[in-house]
Design a binder for this molecule. Structure first.
Ligand code: IPE
Length: 263
């Protein structure tokens, strides 16, 4: 029996460039995968990203940088909006899981976490779970921060790190991506880009950060987060989330197409 910690990347479950557009088809495939993992007796914990439900408004009002006196009332409005948008995206994901017979328990970070980065404040014990009947779900969110910041963006990748490191029975930590098969040797639109099968901590790659809309750090934060988790979790992977069968294959046969991150 495995306990899988799985991140549904925001670019997988939404169209990142188009405000609040959900990819229902991708989400349903992930729900079917989750159902199958539970049927096989495994435990699943899900973290999901924001995609176009968070990044665009967060970018517009510079929420990741914290409070800015000059635009504070607009920012406060945007904080409430992004939190509400994330609750909506979370309910869409949970509805799909429920439709597949998966019972969920949601943990919106704005209600239990504060500060940003992998050292954020919040008790991770809530993700202790020994049952394959219920799935804990959490997500990247706007959280409260100490003055003068007042608020900031807690990425789902940081939640992955803390849950992966602190919940002792996690056997697999998997980042599901929306636009690539794993870590590539060059940006995905480069014809020479090849999949890196094994990533050792500290490896370097040529890359691109889409700073136009991503407020939390793109693929590099994922790899860095994966390296941290690999300190304690055996199987840490970045996998193409458009092909959820690869997750099932990984659990069954201990290998699949994707990037395995090791220390
Ligand atoms: C970002 O979370 C949260 C907000 C912008 C509110 P993530 O960093 O986990 O989201 P994705 O996976 O990159 O979309």
């Amino acid at each position: 029996m495995a306990h899988l910690l799985i991140k549904f990347g925001g670019g997988l479950i939404t169209d990142k460039g188009k405000l609040m557009s959900v990819d229902y088809n991708a989400i349903d495939k992930l729900s079917a995968m989750t159902r199958q993992l539970l049927d096989e007796g495994h435990i699943v914990t899900i973290v999901h990203g924001a995609g176009s439900f968070g990044h665009l408004k967060a970018k517009e009002w510079k929420l990741a940088l914290g409070a800015d006196e000059a635009i504070l009332s607009e920012q406060n409005h945007a904080v409430s909006e992004v939190r509400a948008d994330m609750i909506l995206l979370n309910s869409i994901i949970c509805d799909s899981l429920n439709k597949h017979g998966v019972e969920t328990n949601s943990h919106p970070p704005s209600t239990w976490a504060s500060e940003t980065g992998p050292e954020f404040i919040g008790n991770i014990d809530r993700f202790t779970n020994s049952s394959s009947q219920i799935v804990n779900v959490t997500f990247g969110d706007v959280v409260d921060c100490r003055a003068p910041k007042h608020f900031g963006i807690l990425s789902g990748d940081d939640l992955m790190v803390r849950i992966g490191k602190e919940i002792s029975d996690i056997s697999h930590a998997i980042f599901l991506l929306g636009d690539t098969e794993g870590v590539l040797s060059a940006p995905p639109d480069n014809p020479d880009a090849a999949l890196i099968d094994i990533w050792h901590r500290g490896d370097q790659v040529m890359g691109r950060h889409d700073s136009e809309m991503d407020v939390t750090g793109g693929i590099f934060l994922k790899v860095r987060s994966a390296e941290l988790i690999a300190e304690v979790v055996e199987d840490v992977w970045l996998i193409d989330g458009r092909k959820p069968k690869r997750v099932l294959q990984l659990v069954e046969s201990k290998a699949t197409i994707g990037t395995r991150v090791t220390i």
